[in-house]
Design a protein around this ligand. Structure first.
Ligand code: HEC
Length: 112
């Protein structure tokens, strides 16, 4: 019985955390971006690096970065022909999620 009460408390606090707290950019980056872009944004054989990336550092308001994240980049829009795959559109992310993860990209890009 105690076990069930404990589970209930965990479920409740997860629900509260999910609704009340701001989007966790680091957690989003880790689960949804790092598999292709690397844990430190260093890039992998699949996707470009964010470290020192001029597309990230040069973006003033982040609108072009947000569009790339939400819509992805495929086909003729692709910029890096050396990476065979496309940037998949991140449809599941909310606007707050996108904003939070752009904050992480900016931090990674600033690291040379
Ligand atoms: C399945 C692999 C994959 C995943 C997962 C992925 N990306 Fe990408 N991403 C790519 C590839 C490949 C490109 C390069 C597309 C091109 O050729 O223009 C790219 C490009 C980008 C660019 C443009 C970089 C530039 O220099 O123009 C941004 C910004 C970006 N990704 C952000 C993200 C974010 C944020 C996430 C997580 C929410 C993410 N990506 C998840 C593969 C991925």
């Amino acid at each position: 019985m105690r076990k069930f009460i404990g589970l209930g408390v965990v479920a409740l606090s997860l629900a509260v955390a999910g609704s009340a707290l701001a989007s966790d950019g680091a957690a989003i980056f880790k689960s949804k971006c790092s598999p292709c872009h690397g844990a430190e944004g260093q890039g992998t054989a699949m996707a470009p690096a964010f470290k020192g990336n001029a597309f990230i550092t040069g973006s003033k308001d982040g609108a072009d970065i947000a569009a790339t994240i939400k819509d992805g980049r495929a086909g003729a829009a692709k910029k890096y022909k050396n990476f065979a795959i496309a940037m998949p559109a991140q449809k599941a992310l909310t606007d707050d999620d996108v904003k939070a993860v752009i904050g992480v990209l900016k931090e990674l890009a600033a690291k040379k």
